[in-house]
Write a protein that binds this ligand. Structure first.
Ligand code: AMP
Length: 242
């Protein structure tokens, strides 16, 4: 996607200048937060911070956090707020976050949102040029989410995301980019998806309402081609930053 192709309703071009600052991608499991975060990374050069990826990394490395998180994630429930907040705090200390970052999958509870808002407010007091947060919620209907989740396949090497229905690999089960065998996330079964959706409705939907009420918030229809959704997010973020 060219970053000059996006125009808002008044025909103004968006995406021409870099758009740093903290960006939250919100939405139910399977709406495409990870895919969209990767598009925005290419465009803006700020890092994607996916709490799901960080937790899976801890599980793979067998850390203490990973040992606790593994069972919880396998059931489709949420990892305790204190553990996730601590993990995010450590990640946000990395220098690559200085100009901004895309949070994918965080905050997922009102406790996490409160912690994050307080952190940004404290930063704003120290740093006159600190950018306020912008939140974008991606929406996709339930049937489509289930199809996406159960069809999702991941490359364990380059982390590319495929879907057997909508974005199949050229050779079945093999990554187009590096030839690695594609895998499926343990929590992408229909049964665990239902639990993840319950957790989303009970704990994360209120977070979406929290950021809607604060303003600097937009909803984007996620049931469109990847580049169209990305363009919608770019337009929304550019307008909210004005
Ligand atoms: P995701 O890759 O974002 O779909 O997350 C996969 C799983 O990781 C979730 O179902 C949760 O168990 C856990 N997880 C990811 N992000 C969070 C978070 N912010 N708070 C609590 N648990 C999380």
């Amino acid at each position: 996607m060219s970053n000059t192709e996006v125009k808002d309703g008044m025909g103004r071009e968006a995406g021409k200048k870099t758009c740093p600052g903290p960006i939250l991608l919100l939405g139910a499991p399977g709406v495409g937060k990870g895919t969209q975060a990767k598009e925005l990374v290419k465009l803006w050069g700020i890092p994607q911070i996916s709490t799901g990826d960080l937790l899976r990394g801890n599980v793979a490395q067998g850390t203490e956090l990973g040992r606790v998180a593994k069972e919880i994630m396998g059931r489709g429930e949420l990892v305790p707020d204190t553990l996730v907040n601590e993990m995010v705090a450590v990640r946000l200390q990395q220098p690559d976050t200085a100009k901004g970052y895309i949070l994918d999958g965080f905050p997922r509870t009102l406790v996490q949102a409160g912690w994050f808002d307080d952190r940004l407010a404290a930063q704003g007091q120290k740093q006159a040029n600190a950018m306020p947060v912008v939140a974008v919620s991606i929406k996709v209907d339930y049937t489509q989410l289930l199809r996406r989740i159960t069809g999702r396949r991941n490359c364990p090497v380059c982390q590319s995301i495929y879907n057997v229905h909508s974005k199949p690999a050229q050779r079945d089960g093999i990554c187009d980019l590096d030839g690695a065998g594609l895998g499926q996330r343990a929590d992408d079964s229909e049964k665990v998806f239902e639990e993840r959706m319950r957790a989303y409705e009970a704990l994360t939907a209120p977070v979406v309402e929290h950021y809607r009420a604060l303003g600097r918030f937009a909803v984007v229809d996620g049931d469109q081609p990847v580049d169209v959704v990305a363009a919608g997010i770019v337009t929304a973020v550019e307008l909210l930053r004005k």
